[in-house]
Design a protein around this ligand. Structure first.
Ligand SMILES: [Zn+2]
Length: 280
């Protein structure tokens, strides 16, 4: 699985998580996800990067997901830490579920009411197969990571809507059906369960048990300057340049690797010393 990490740090949902805006965010971060929800984007855009660029803005106030699966490459773009609360399902599922979007083939023509026609069926099927298989691998990884049972803890957006925990949408089953694939959510859950039994591939992200334990205690983990909202980056850069953050021990001088709350305490301390320096 190719995993590209590009957090949506400017999206208001990311900000609400780093600010721990209310108990729903704190609870999700401390506990981790209780389930996984599969979506598809509902428009003919195969590039995950296009969504990442479009959603990584303060003005993008209505949605934020944990990842996009690129339909050109099968790469997974992770856009939120897995234990952040997302805005993906339009219901209480946001309090419990990670949300992942499958990008859709470029050869669909959407009409009214979410129906579409397919201009190049072979191409569409190849792209849908690519995102399906990458999603199986990602969901197997997440089920292992968070001790989830694929049979009970994986839903589509459409299934969530029927259960009353998400808004009424048809994704991603409408995509599979519309391009003439015989994929179903029951089949997806079975494929994830089968993938969990396979030994993890080398390219799967390595488990970080120590970091995960700390994260549970101290909130979200900030690894790089790009993980921070822009407003905090200059101050953090000064701390990095002073050697305060990793004390020169990390291989990468830009490595932050601190819980957000610890970093905030350091930034507050820096502000205090800066003020004292001016006074003196
Ligand atoms: Zn959806």
């Amino acid at each position: 699985m190719e995993l590209i990490r590009h957090f949506l740090t400017e999206n208001p949902c990311y900000r609400a998580n780093v600010d721990r805006a209310d108990s729903r965010y704190i609870q999700f971060q401390n506990r981790g996800p209780l389930g996984l929800m599969l979506h598809s984007v509902g428009c003919a855009q195969p590039s995950a990067e296009v969504f990442v660029r479009g959603w990584n803005r303060a003005s993008h106030t209505n949605s934020c997901v944990h990842g996009f699966v690129d339909a050109n490459t099968g790469a997974v773009w992770q856009t939120l830490p897995w234990n952040f609360r997302g805005w993906h399902g339009g219901g209480s599922c946001n309090n419990t579920h990670v949300g992942v979007e499958l990008c859709e083939p470029d050869c669909l023509v959407y009409g009214a009411g979410g129906a579409f026609t397919v201009t190049d069926p072979a191409r569409a099927k190849a792209m849908v197969k690519r995102t399906y298989e990458a999603a199986v691998e990602l969901f197997a990884f997440l089920c292992r990571q968070y001790q989830l049972d694929p049979q009970t803890d994986i839903l589509s957006h459409a299934e969530g809507g029927k259960q009353g925990i998400a808004s009424r949408h048809a994704d991603p089953e409408h995509l599979w059906k519309g391009v003439g694939m015989d994929y179903t959510m029951d089949g997806f859950r079975a494929d994830v369960a089968a993938a969990m039994d396979e030994p993890a591939r080398d390219s799967a992200p390595a488990a970080r048990p120590e970091a995960d334990r700390l994260e549970q205690l101290l909130g979200p983990w900030i690894e790089r300057i790009e993980d921070l909202p822009k407003s905090l980056r200059a101050q953090t850069r000064e701390l990095l340049d002073l050697g305060v953050l990793n004390a020169g021990t990390a291989d990468d001088p830009d490595d932050i690797r601190l819980p957000y709350n610890v970093l905030r305490a350091l930034l507050a301390a820096k502000k205090y010393t800066d003020l004292r320096t001016i006074e003196n």
